[in-house]
Design a binder for this molecule. Structure first.
Ligand code: ADP
Length: 193
């Protein structure tokens, strides 16, 4: 049986974390969220956490080299997984190229990219709301939130083109109820798996 390797893509606040939890439960995939991994490192005060902190708090991207190394370790230590769901990664074309190479070298590939599509104004209001309880510095002020959306458009959107050119892009309307969105995601996964 081939592995199901999914990239869950979308701007900050699109609902990737919420949908990831439902997807991993239903399809038994191993979740790799680079945002969660960095927050864990920061919480534990590791060297990597210390290096990443400033970038993250300001809403900037962590340098590719650090991100790629961290993901590589995760993939290699879970070779027996039924598949992976990549959440918040790849966020630059360089990361996408590195991911493709990592998978190819193990005889694997990306099954598809599921892209949650949500309007900017809705994103800003969701992130501000999350900021009230998340304790995340990068959720707290409009300048940082706007910076993340700007960087998403400049650095991260080209990753969607990268997978669209391979015929792997699947757009999902990211507004509506959590279950409506999840149902749409499942329809696409059942088609590509
Ligand atoms: P969100 O998508 O809600 O903004 P994440 O939890 O995915 O949040 O990521 C939080 C922050 O962690 C990002 O703004 C960025 O600073 C850093 N980060 C996460 N993933 C990556 C990545 N693949 N490349 C570079 N930086 C990343």
């Amino acid at each position: 049986m081939s592995m199901l390797n999914i990239i869950l893509f979308g701007p900050p606040g699109a609902g990737k974390g919420t949908q990831s939890e439902k997807i991993i439960e239903k399809y038994d995939l191993f979740h790799i969220s680079t945002g969660d991994l960095f927050r864990k490192h920061m919480g534990e005060g590791t060297d990597l956490g210390k290096l990443a902190q400033e970038y993250i708090d300001e809403g900037n991207l962590v340098p590719d080299e650090l991100v790629i190394k961290m993901v590589k370790v995760k993939i290699q230590s879970h070779e027996n997984a039924k598949g992976f769901i990549f959440d918040g990664f790849p966020r630059t074309v360089a990361q996408a190229v590195a991911l493709d190479e990592m998978l190819t070298s193990q005889g694997l590939n990306i099954s598809g990219m599921l892209a949650l599509e949500v309007e900017d104004e809705e994103l800003r209001s969701r992130i501000r709301l999350r900021g009230k309880t998340s304790g995340r510095a990068d959720d707290q002020n409009d300048e940082r939130i706007n910076n993340r959306i700007k960087i998403y458009k400049q650095e991260t959107l080209p990753v969607a083109d990268h997978y669209a050119m391979k015929g792997k892009y699947h757009g999902i309307n990211g507004t509506g109820s959590i279950d409506e969105i999840f149902n749409h995601i499942c329809m696409v996964i059942d088609l590509i798996k």
